[in-house]
Write a protein that binds this ligand. Structure first.
Ligand code: ZN
Length: 160
């Protein structure tokens, strides 16, 4: 059995006109994020980590800014990446991730996020870790200009 690890990092700028969706969860009453799809920064970081682990390319190359993916649910993009990864002979072992944002507070939403992501990744919720932190007022996240997320995904070959 072989294992591979991948990392993902993503940033989106706040856009007041859009809803805020993180980990597939709509967080009401908060400015959304700008982007071609639903701009789900956490799901993008995890998708990129998964694609990286399986060496399938990156989010921008596989899901470009075309009409097909305009306002797309990032969970559906992740589901497609999971299918590609499975077709390549891999399955997910676990995911760890960190959201970097001054606001909103992510704690009340983490369970729902983990639920969405686990279902899409076809793993148990105990295989998905979501953490959140601020950047202590520093940098673009500290100034409240946007949200960043990073993720690590471990995969193992399906054939044992
Ligand atoms: Zn993104």
């Amino acid at each position: 059995m072989s294992v591979r690890v991948g990392t993902g990092f993503d940033v989106h700028v706040f856009d007041q006109r859009r809803p805020l969706i993180v980990g597939g969860v709509l967080i009401p009453g908060e400015p959304g994020l700008g982007g071609h799809s639903d701009a789900d920064v956490l799901t993008h970081a995890i998708t990129d980590a998964l694609l990286g682990a399986a060496r399938l390319g990156d989010l921008g190359a596989l899901y470009p800014d075309t009409d097909e993916w305009r306002d797309a649910s990032s969970l559906s993009i992740l589901a497609d990446a999971v299918m590609k990864t499975r077709d390549a002979g891999w399955r997910v072992v676990n995911v760890d991730s960190t959201i970097v944002a001054e606001r909103p507070r992510m704690a009340p939403h983490k369970l729902a996020m983990a639920d969405n992501l686990a279902r899409t990744l076809e793993v148990g919720v105990d295989q998905v870790s979501i953490k959140a932190t601020t950047s202590d007022g520093l940098g673009f996240t500290g100034r409240g200009e946007g949200i960043a997320a990073q993720a690590v995904v471990l995969i193992e070959s399906g054939q044992k």
